[in-house]
Write a protein that binds this ligand. Structure first.
Ligand code: V47
Length: 354
């Protein structure tokens, strides 16, 4: 049976078949991914009203791809106090944010309470806000730095008000590439173990893949299949987010930067391979908004949100430092032929913008 027939029959694809998908022409691949997307979501495209907060750039770890961390080329260290974080959260919520997406560097100076206290202070003031925070890499960092077990960190997160975990820190699971990219950080097995433990607590999370640097196509498929295997066991992943590598101000050299076609193929392939992860997010901060809008026709059904402020990808060249205005975001989705649907962080549909 041909690969295309297998996809149409919704058979699950292997590593080799996943790699073979890249050999299909872009439009065939796009149509296959779009059929799956349309069957599940029709013309709906999800987004949320969120605020990214990056409370410190002081980092104990060294990742070659990172332009955000202050221990590398960026000499401007900052660490926000709880009061400053609460002030940012307050302004964001007053402006309509329903989710705070909080991601820090690995701060070795201020203890576990610096992380957890911020969540509690926000939740004390705004009990209904959704806090999406603590990547698998941050959980592992608190374990390494402060001697807590993963279970202890995850329980503390829940007690302090974290609602869901973002997908960061996954990078690329292949051990050799990972060693080159971010030696010493959370390993692939540990990242997956942390998310499994979180899902086993009845909680949901996302999963990212950083691509378009030194990894191979085979590495991307392997990454997706490791996620698919875990999802079979837990069902706890809401969204898969292919993050397009941004190349400025960092130490990663000799990259194979992906063409627009390669990026669209990767979205489409993730839709086909990840038959058990419901949402494929084209995170416009790394793909550019134009390509994210096109990705809606190549398997993606979610564009993340308005962001408001963002420091990690924008440090490496992305145009996301100040987010996007809600009305503009909605109009762009509409004029690309899709129906913008505001969702909450766990993908419940809130508002249809017909
Ligand atoms: O894990 C760091 C990435 C991630 C670069 O869960 C870079 O909904 C591109 O995880 N080029 C953090 N990416 C951001 C993240 C995220 C983003 C949007 C939505 C969600 C979600 C999660 O940023 C890190 C790392 O892979 N990153 N440097 C760079 N130069």
């Amino acid at each position: 049976m041909s690969l295309i027939e297998k996809i149409k029959r919704k058979d699950r694809l292997s590593q080799e078949e996943g790699e073979a998908l890249y050999e299909l022409d872009l439009f065939t691949l796009g149509e296959l991914a779009d059929d799956i997307r349309k069957e599940r979501f029709g013309k709906k495209s999800y987004f949320n009203i969120n605020r990214h907060i990056n409370p410190t750039n002081v980092c104990a770890d060294v990742c070659k791809f990172c332009a955000y961390s202050a221990t590398r080329k960026n000499p401007n260290q900052y660490t926000l106090t709880h009061e400053q974080i609460l002030e940012i959260a307050t302004t964001a919520i007053e402006k309509g944010a329903k989710e705070l997406h909080i991601v820090s560097a690995h701060n070795p100076n201020d203890g576990v309470e610096w992380y957890m206290g911020a969540f509690r202070k926000i939740k004390d003031k705004f009990p209904n806000i959704h806090i999406k925070s603590m990547t698998g890499a941050e959980v592992d960092f608190l374990h390494r730095q402060y001697g807590l077990s993963y279970d202890e960190v995850l329980d503390l997160m829940i007690e302090s008000g974290v609602d869901s975990m973002p997908g960061g820190g996954a990078e690329i699971f292949d051990e050799d590439v990972r060693e080159y990219l971010c030696k010493g950080k959370v390993t692939s097995a540990q990242w997956l173990e942390i998310h499994e433990k979180w899902h086993n607590r009845g909680r949901e999370s996302n999963a990212t893949m950083l691509f378009g640097h030194v990894e191979s196509r085979a590495n991307r498929i392997d990454h997706m299949i490791r996620l698919r295997d875990l999802q079979d066991r837990t069902g706890g992943f809401n969204a898969f987010i292919p993050l397009v590598y941004q190349k400025e101000n960092n130490f990663l050299k000799n990259c194979n930067y992906p063409s627009g076609q390669e990026i669209l193929k990767t979205y489409a392939i993730s839709r086909i391979i990840l038959d058990n992860i419901p949402n494929i997010k084209a995170y416009w901060a790394t793909s550019t908004i134009n390509l994210a809008l096109i990705a809606q026709e190549f398997g993606a059904n979610d564009l993340d949100g308005t962001i408001q402020k963002e420091a990690i990808q924008s440090a490496a060249g992305a145009k996301s430092a100040n987010g996007m205005e809600l009305n503009e975001f909605i109009e762009l989705i509409k004029s690309s032929g899709f129906t913008p649907v505001e969702r909450d962080s766990l993908y419940n549909e809130l508002v249809f913008h017909e």
